[in-house]
Design a binder for this molecule. Structure first.
Ligand code: G3P
Length: 219
């Protein structure tokens, strides 16, 4: 059972910051999960929402801001929004990465930067299944993960279409049968986002392969 820190260790520190990622590492996570998108001038940075409003003191869409503008924002506890390059340099050789691609069209740039800056295991994840399919085309041996919320009519069809090795299921909509069908199809199953110890215990019972938590020490 793999322990995965959500947006670093977002239950303890401002999400998707270097501080949060360091905190996850102190909890001995197998993988640290974080979100990647691109600024107006083409830099890859960490942010979950399309807008900066919820997690910083700024306002507007990240894709409309330059890196210089993004770097002026306070992401919590005095942290700034990190670049992907900074995160790769911080984590290389120390912890696995579950890198969620938030914006469409950035897969190739992401893969190139990981290749240049990071040593270790990466799982490329996205709700945008064409992005992980693009990773598969670029890197035939990559670990890739299709995120999904809900249960499709065919339990493994979406994973086959996306050419992934892993799937990430929302805890609120996963069932034992769905998990089993995917595992029998050869996919590793991660569940997000489990914070309550009772949910974590239930997922352990279901024998999912990885649990994503804001409080990774609880896993
Ligand atoms: O990345 C895995 C899972 O945490 C997806 O949920 O909301 O963080 O994109 P979200």
């Amino acid at each position: 059972m793999l322990r995965i820190g959500h947006r670093g260790a977002a239950g303890y520190e401002p999400e998707n910051t270097l501080r949060s990622i360091e905190r996850a590492i102190t909890h001995c996570v197998d993988f640290v999960e974080f979100d990647v998108q691109r600024t107006r001038d083409g830099y890859l940075v960490l942010l979950h929402d399309k807008r900066v409003d919820r997690t910083t003191n700024g306002s507007g869409y990240l894709a409309d801001l330059s890196l210089a503008e993004v770097r002026k924002l306070d992401a919590g506890k005095g942290e700034i929004i990190p670049t992907l390059q900074e995160v790769l340099r911080l984590t290389s050789g120390r912890v696995g990465l579950m890198l969620e691609i938030i914006a469409s069209g950035i897969a190739e740039q992401v893969c190139r930067m990981v290749h240049d800056e990071y040593e270790g295991t990466v799982i490329y994840a996205s709700f945008l299944h064409t992005e992980v399919l693009q990773v598969r085309r670029l890197l035939p041996d990559a670990r890739t993960l299709a995120l999904i919320e809900g249960i499709p009519v065919h339990p493994t069809g979406f994973a086959e279409d996306a050419g992934v090795t892993h799937v990430g299921l929302a805890i609120d909509s996963l069932t034992k049968d769905f998990v089993r069908a995917l595992q029998q199809g050869g996919y590793e199953v991660f569940a997000y986002t489990a914070n309550d110890p009772r949910d974590i215990a239930w997922l352990r019972q279901l024998q999912v392969d990885g649990i994503i938590s804001d409080y990774p020490d609880r896993v």
